[in-house]
Design a protein around this ligand. Structure first.
Ligand code: NAD
Length: 497
């Protein structure tokens, strides 16, 4: 039904070497609109070995010594990145629509915010292009020392479906700012916006082969992760796939690897917390994009003195969210469906099992919202069993577990007893406690009186099985470069060798 949706032909092509080309591999993927269940296209290409080789070779050529990209001045490279950010901004309505068609999240608040993240990333890293020069050290020992930050070469960005454009900003912007060339492999569930990006790549003035898009499923991702001519893979997705990607990277050419994986972020609310603020962050941190956010505040711990009050207010906020759930195209909708039937079936099964196995008490939600499309009401379980899957595992849907605690030590032990370590939040008016807890949390990021927040200038990523390495800030530039030390002998007559 691709023609029914009237998709432009380039949306079902690959973007290689600054040209939209037909995929050599004949296999296709189908994508559906989760708001209705209707087919959007059954013609999404799955890039196969020849297609991937084609893109990697074009990338290699674009990165070869003496190429236009390698010779380009910092000013010119920064200008292209800035132009690309401007183009994302100018085209944001259309890009958001293409994402929304198969993701289902409405423009407000999620669609807009993930595009703003991408725009912000390209602007932020455009500013870094001429400010990441490396270091030099004096010839105190007779050797003048230069440490250069050199680009790695061909970077593959493998992204998930839940923040398709934001992930492009997180990966492509620093990779390109550092002088690498970049191949995007978007999720098979949200490929349309990524395919559209080729047009903006051309308009921004990237030389051929510098920024390419190959759609496909896990098989395409695996080809890139194991390719001998890819120098780095930057992956965002599930823990299981992240581990596979790292193994493929190690088994092939030991390509560098950044992994951004799952989370089950704890929000800890103390008796002295500002109640309205805590409820505001906890509810939005869980319901944005229907909970399909890696830093969703999906595990809430509330101190016993404020527990009843918090629960009443939190439940009320859930009810309010339920009332703004619906068609992502309708004005006023804040919550859409989950991404597809597979995700819907997975989440509803988790909810049903939690009820039948008595993993906790279902307080609100738990039912499908509509007979058409893949809607799941915001759902809250309280008093969950310590080893229950609903409490331990990432659900990646609008489902939260809420539990009561007495002491700081007790809640820290519980919050850190997890395979995940992406983000944590503490809600308290006591600054000393906030600082104490934020250093005791075993997570890559901590919010004080907030949660589920990102800032371009600060490292983003997790501890434990939530990932490896960091994105954003100067950390991302370091992750897309290799340090090279150059020693210049200033006085070879006196050499002791
Ligand atoms: P996924 O692991 O199923 O897929 C992610 C990407 O990997 C897709 O592009 C997919 O095609 C590709 N892929 C699948 N198998 C592959 C293989 N064998 N080799 C190489 N690539 C392969 O994840 P998903 O369902 O798309 O995303 C949801 C998960 O992503 C959640 O766990 C979520 O927490 C996580 N996530 C993490 C962050 C973060 O920054 N930490 C951000 C967003 C999402």
């Amino acid at each position: 039904m691709a023609d029914k949706m009237d998709l432009s032909p380039h949306l079902t092509q690959l973007f290689i070497n600054n040209t939209y080309v037909d995929c050599l591999n004949p296999q296709k993927i189908s994508v559906y609109n989760p708001a209705t269940g209707d087919l959007v296209s059954d013609q999404i290409p799955i890039a196969g070995p020849d297609d991937v080789d084609h893109a990697v070779q074009a990338a290699k050529n674009a990165f070869s010594p003496g190429s236009q990209w390698r010779k380009m001045s910092n000013v010119a490279r920064g200008r292209i990145l800035t132009r690309f950010a401007d183009l994302l901004e100018e085209n944001q309505d259309h890009l958001a629509y293409l994402t929304r068609l198969t993701l289902g999240a409405p423009y407000h608040p999620f669609g807009k915010s993930e595009i703003e993240m991408a725009i912000g990333c390209f602007r932020y890293y455009a500013g870094w292009v001429d400010k990441f020069a490396g270091q030099s050290f004096p010839a105190d020992d007779g050797f003048y020392k230069i440490v250069r930050n050199e680009p790695l070469g061909v970077v593959a960005g493998i992204t998930p479906w839940n923040g398709p454009l934001a992930c492009v900003g997180f990966k492509a912007a620093p990779a390109l700012a550092a002088g690498n060339v970049f191949i995007l492999k978007p999720s098979e569930k949200t490929p349309l916006m990524a395919a559209e990006l080729g047009k903006l790549v051309l308009e921004a003035g990237f030389p051929a082969g510098v920024f390419q898009v190959v759609t496909g499923d896990g098989s395409t991702g695996a080809l890139l992760a194991s390719h001998m001519k890819v120098d780095k893979v930057s992956f965002t997705g599930s823990i299981a796939t992240g581990k596979t990607v790292q193994a493929l990277a190690a088994k092939s050419n030991l390509k560098r690897c950044t992994l951004e994986l799952g989370g089950k972020s704890p929000a800890v609310v103390f008796d002295d917390a500002n109640l309205d603020n805590a409820v505001h962050w906890c509810v939005n941190g869980l319901t944005t994009n229907s909970g399909q956010v890696c830093i969703a505040s999906s595990r809430v711990y509330v101190q016993e003195g404020i527990y009843e009050k918090f629960l009443a207010a939190y439940q009320k906020a859930f009810e309010a969210k339920r009332n703004v759930m619906g068609d992502p195209e309708a004005t006023g909708t804040e919550l859409g469906p989950v991404v597809d039937k597979a995700q819907y079936d997975r989440i509803t099964k988790i909810i049903e099992r939690a009820q039948s196995e008595e993993e906790g008490t279902l307080l609100i939600g738990g039912r499908p919202k509509s007979t058409k499309g893949y809607y799941i009401e915001p759902t809250m379980f309280v008093d969950t069993k310590p080893n229950a899957p609903i409490y331990k595992e990432e659900i990646f849907g609008p489902v939260v577990v809420v539990n009561k605690f007495k002491t700081e030590d007790e809640v820290l032990q519980k919050a850190n007893d997890s395979r995940y370590g992406l983000m944590s939040g503490v809600f308290t008016e006591n600054l000393n406690r906030a600082l104490r807890i934020s250093s005791a949390f075993d997570s890559g990021m901590v919010g004080v009186n907030c949660i589920s927040m990102i800032n371009f200038a600060c490292p983003f990523g997790g501890t434990k099985e939530s990932g490896l390495g960091r994105e954003l800030g100067v950390n991302a530039l370091l992750a897309y470069t290799e340090s090279k030390t150059v020693l210049i002998n200033m006085n070879y007559k006196d050499s002791s060798w």
